[in-house]
Design a protein around this ligand. Structure first.
Ligand code: DHB
Length: 307
């Protein structure tokens, strides 16, 4: 039994797509909805549609992926329309990433007024907008944003966090997050921002935007993702942590849940393999659980052993 219940929702599987992958168009969202995934999350949306950064802007590498998409999306009304027509017991999340805090508040106020059956995952961590720092790396600005979001939205919501790398930063961000009771979940992690992948033969960067800098996903990021899931699962009492980063088989999904993840998102692997990845990873997770004698996820969730 791979099901998980949280925030009054039931997911038949803990796995779903990471925002950005298979979720920009209605057609892609429907592929995830009809797949073995336990939920669906949309591409981060802005007030107006965006074409995003110049191509090439995503590249697969031996150890994962690098991207600097630049928030290509159809504009928030498109995703609200999708949510309005959505009729499935599978939970739907709306990723929101306004170009300004005011834009985010506008989108959230409209979402609240429509009372749509979807939960927002507010993105505090897009690394790919030239000249715009990641909000999640500014603790005071994050607190102000969460204050304004709590007031404007006035319903349960979640945030997508960037990866942190220092215990002082885990503690500082956890203190900020713990001050907001409407904040019910955090998704850890967004891509590890502003890496540089170099192709040896051509002596060149492999993506065009920002001189080649982009967000890393895949194998590069798994230990960082697990550390963030673990630390926030311990530090955020009464909030759920959704794991994201480096999941490509049942093994990594198991590790995220062992570190404390309620559910687990799949990004790079989903992009490379398509939605059949959910069937495969679920079967692998079930096999690992059977071999270990676990029947349900809550028998090992958060039970990481330390030495
Ligand atoms: C994009 C990348 C992200 O990591 C994110 O959180 C939002 C948007 C992008 O480049 O489109």
């Amino acid at each position: 039994d791979l099901s998980v219940s949280w925030l009054g929702m039931k997911m038949s599987s803990p796995l779903f797509n990471a925002s950005g992958v298979y979720c920009r168009t209605r057609e892609e969202l429907e592929l995830v909805r009809r797949s073995a995934a336990g939920a669906v999350v949309t591409k981060s949306c802005t007030l107006e549609p965006r074409a995003g950064n110049p191509e090439p802007r995503y590249r697969r590498t031996a150890l994962g992926s690098i991207n600097s998409m630049g928030l290509p999306n159809e504009g928030y009304r498109y995703y609200l329309d999708y949510a309005q027509a959505y009729e499935d017991a599978k939970p739907l999340f709306l990723s929101v990433s306004g170009m300004t805090l005011d834009d985010t508040l506008t989108i959230l106020a409209e979402l609240a007024a429509l009372k749509l059956p979807c939960l927002p995952e507010v993105n505090l961590s897009c690394p790919n907008l030239p000249g715009k720092p990641q909000l999640g790396y500014d603790f005071a600005a994050s607190a102000e944003a969460l204050e304004a979001i709590s007031r404007a939205y006035a319903r349960p919501f979640g945030v997508k966090l960037p990866p942190y790398f220092d215990p002082a930063h885990f503690a500082a961000m956890a203190a900020v997050l713990n001050a907001f009771p409407l904040l019910r979940f955090v998704t850890c992690i967004n891509s590890v921002g502003n890496g540089l992948v170099i192709d040896l033969d051509s002596e060149s960067a492999v993506i065009k935007p920002k001189g080649g800098l982009g967000g890393l996903g895949g194998d590069y990021v798994l230990p960082t993702a697990l550390a963030n899931v673990r630390e926030f699962a311990v530090l955020l009492a009464d909030k759920q942590v959704i794991g994201c980063g480096g999941v490509k088989s049942g093994a990594e999904a198991f590790m995220h849940i062992l570190a404390g993840a309620t559910a687990v998102q799949v990004g790079t692997c989903l992009h490379e393999e398509g939605v059949s990845a959910f069937d495969r990873i679920e079967a692998e997770l079930a096999a690992i659980m059977q071999a270990k004698g676990y029947q349900r996820l809550d028998e090992f969730r958060g039970r990481l052993k330390t030495l």
